[in-house]
Design a protein around this ligand. Structure first.
Ligand SMILES: *Cc1c(COP(=O)(O)O)cnc(C)c1O
Length: 501
């Protein structure tokens, strides 16, 4: 392909992407293909001779698009919707046109310098303390691929710091603290690094948040047993139910445990820090006082296309001490003199994508006000959904709704009053069947979760295309399926009791 052919194919690509967005609402949310579908369409070996690009572009529509689940569909309420903005797409396009591995300043000065500046903008946007800004020259921010990479990097830095301070403590004594509600990234970090992980219990009556008292008890018990908890992965907005660990209480406890690194996983909810009226509830002030590191995924609620996970640290030296390996061929006079940031020392890989460009495009296009309004809009849509659930005869909230996330289940209110009709096991069975029927639909997508033994369903709002009518439609579908699930259940039980007679 030469430059003029690229121009033509590029215009066509943009046209087709626009058509895709025009038609998005009508498409099935979840891909309808069966496992292995693609091997029927794509040969097992590469072509001997190069193919015409038009055929390749057409095959994207023919072979790939049917296998896409539309995470930005207005009726995608599963997991957390992924961000998507046209500015983000264009940022990615420009970034790949200059294809820079950006591992140090010299590799492409703009890639490093823009990242430092834009992450300071993002810290401003979210109300983070200036100690986390790159201009502080002490703390700073770095873009990682995912929250899992961010946490792994934080754990490596925390371990290294702990071992420098306590060279005699054997590795086997080290423990990573999570809670039972922490995303599986905590367990995975332990698995990768060969470090013990302990998940602290949290209670439904505390809205599944980690309380200071429970942390303190665990610290006392484990320290007395010779274990050395060196990092706590606290969550602001858990994946399962949006629970928010009690950061003020945690902050008080760790005053007596200065060796405990506090990592805040705010992968999803962190974008909501942008709205000043939410900061108190999300403990932004206490995070600013307590956290050693914070992670926010702009690719979830933050309008930036996947992937863009930001990790801020209070002291960049902790990353560099843990991760800096500088062979002769990577040495530069700018790096050695310390006047520039070499981001390769701030994460696990060497090369890195030029991701700050899309964040820059998004933050400039929306502005702080536009960004905040998007967050507020999703929350408002979710509040509308919560109102519907509260009036529903069949659906019941399981936890307090959190920001744009609602956790509920099928539990007929009339039966709940009489207390006798359904046991927990029966309700779980009923809800599994209910979720299975929801999952077989192509016009809506929701995921399930298990909260301390209760099988529930989550609805997460986040797509910029979701409007009130999609919430109403979702509710209608949920009621309709709830009625049939209940009917089936009653028939099944009537048949069972007849069989017993
Ligand atoms: C989504 C999510 C993660 C995992 O995110 P990745 O970026 O895919 O690793 C971790 N923690 C929380 C709270 C999340 O919501």
């Amino acid at each position: 392909m030469d430059i003029e052919q690229f121009r033509k194919a590029g215009y066509q690509a943009i046209d087709r992407i626009c058509e895709h967005f025009y038609a998005l609402q009508e498409k099935p949310v979840m891909s309808q293909v069966k496992p292995g579908y693609l091997s029927q369409l794509v040969p097992a070996t590469p072509p001997e001779k190069g193919e015409d690009f038009q055929i390749i572009a057409d095959d994207f529509q023919r072979c790939i698009m049917p296998g896409i689940t539309h995470w930005t569909h207005p009726s995608f309420f599963a997991y957390f919707p992924t961000a998507n903005s046209f500015e983000g797409i264009l940022g990615d396009l420009y970034a790949s046109s200059v294809s820079t591995p950006g591992f140090n300043w010299v590799a492409s000065p703009a890639a490093t310098e823009l990242e430092s500046i834009v992450l300071d903008w993002a810290a401003c946007l979210l109300g983070l303390s200036s100690v986390f800004k790159n201009t502080s020259r002490v703390g700073g921010g770095v873009i990682q691929t995912t929250a899992s990479d961010s946490v792994l990097t934080a754990v490596v830095a925390a371990r290294s710091l702990y071992q420098r301070n306590h060279p005699d403590v054997p590795l086997e004594s080290l423990v990573i603290y999570t809670t039972t509600q922490t995303h599986s990234l905590g367990a995975k970090a332990g698995l990768i690094l060969g470090i013990k992980v302990k998940a602290l219990e949290v209670k439904l009556e505390d809205q599944l948040c980690l309380r200071g008292e429970d942390l303190e008890k665990a610290l006392e018990k484990d320290t007395n047993a010779g274990l050395r908890p060196f990092i706590l992965i606290a969550t602001v907005g858990t994946t399962s139910s949006g629970a928010i660990d009690d950061i003020p209480e945690i902050g008080e406890v760790v005053k007596s445990y200065p060796d405990l690194w506090i990592h805040i996983d705010a992968a999803w909810a962190g974008c909501a820090f942008a709205a000043p009226e939410l900061r108190e509830k999300l403990y932004v002030k206490e995070i600013n006082e307590t956290a050693h590191s914070i992670c926010v995924n702009f690719h979830k609620w933050g309008l930036v296309n996947f992937a863009c996970s930001v990790l801020w640290v209070r002291d960049r030296q902790n990353l560099i001490e843990a991760l800096d390996i500088t062979p002769a061929f990577l040495r530069t006079k700018e790096g050695d003199s310390g006047v520039v940031t070499d981001y390769r020392n701030w994460h696990l890989s060497l090369g890195r994508r030029f991701r700050s460009l899309k964040l820059w495009f998004v933050l400039r296009s929306y502005g702080v006000e536009g960004f905040r309004n998007r967050i507020r809009r999703s929350i408002k849509l979710n509040e509308g959904f919560v109102e519907l659930i509260k009036q529903s005869p069949n659906l019941t909230l399981v936890t307090e709704p959190s920001l744009a996330l609602t956790v509920f289940r099928l539990a007929p209110k009339s039966h709940l009053d009489s207390q006798s009709s359904y046991s927990l096991a029966q309700l779980n069975e009923l809800n599994k069947a209910y979720h299975a029927s929801l999952a077989s639909r192509s016009d809506i997508m929701l995921t399930q979760t298990n909260i301390n033994g209760i099988f529930c369903i989550r609805l997460a709002v986040g797509s910029p295309f979701t409007e009130e009518k999609h919430i109403q439609q979702a509710y209608n579908v949920l009621e309709e399926e709830a009625k049939s699930a209940l009917q089936l259940w009653k028939q099944g039980h009537a048949a069972n009791s007849e069989a017993q007679v």
